[in-house]
Design a protein around this ligand. Structure first.
Ligand SMILES: N[C@@H](CCC(=O)N[C@@H](CS)C(=O)NCC(=O)O)C(=O)O
Length: 211
């Protein structure tokens, strides 16, 4: 049975789940969530798809899961990939949780404020504050990747597939790869993995559709 992933191209959180599914080799297909027309905020979406009003949502037969980190773990359990060595499982989880809280949440919000919010509502003080928080997260990741190819262990794990969620997008949000050489090299390494695709090539919907 084909796994369905409710997602949209601009969603870095969806990208984490889509990339895990794609690289795992599991059979999956995207289901477009029309986020920019409010699809996830309807009572129907909350009642039938996700009470949290968020993408991604994964449906595999009778199994319905939300939260990218949970979907990634499901992909690991089903495919045997990206879990890392058994002794590293808590370290992988530690980085997934850190990413969800400190990196992707800040990156997603800052990118939204700078690119998708109507210009009249873009507050420079709020954006500056968010960029400061984000810089702190980049410092943590840059230091951790010093001398390492992957965030945990010797290969790609869900830690990598989570932390990269927003870092391949072209829209500006205060992230310049040239300023972070270890992050830059790690993103290049990951993007050279066979089967890797950029967010707008992996999921339906992009800013070009609304131009
Ligand atoms: N921690 C969640 C975050 C999911 C999330 O915030 N998704 C965004 C799209 S990238 C969303 O649907 N936001 C809708 C909202 O916050 O109302 C995950 O990793 O799946």
């Amino acid at each position: 049975m084909t796994i369905q992933l409710y997602c949209f191209g601009e969603s870095g959180n969806s990208y984490k789940a889509a990339l895990a599914l794609e690289l795992s080799g599991l059979d999956w297909e995207p289901v477009f969530v029309d986020f920019f027309n409010g699809a996830n905020r309807t009572p129907e979406f909350r009642a039938e798809i996700n009470e949290m009003g968020e993408a991604p949502v994964m449906i595999d037969g009778d199994v319905k899961l939300t939260q990218s980190g949970v979907i990634q773990q499901y992909v690991t359990d089903k495919s045997g990939k990206f879990g890392g060595a058994p002794e590293d499982k808590y370290e992988v989880l530690r980085w997934v949780l850190w990413d969800n809280h400190k990196l992707s949440s800040q990156a997603g919000m800052t990118r939204f404020l700078m690119n998708f919010l109507p210009e009249a509502h873009r507050n420079p003080d709020v954006i500056g504050f968010a960029q400061g928080r984000l810089k702190g997260a980049f410092q943590v990741l840059e230091a951790h990747l010093d001398g390492r190819e992957w965030i945990v262990g010797e290969g790609i794990t869900n830690a990598d597939l989570s932390c990269c969620g927003y870092l391949y997008y072209p829209e500006p949000f205060g992230f310049d790869r040239a300023e972070w050489p270890n992050i830059d090299a790690w993103l290049t390494r990951l993007s050279e993995t066979p089967g890797w695709k950029a967010p707008y090539d992996l999921m339906p919907g992009s800013p070009a559709d609304r131009a």
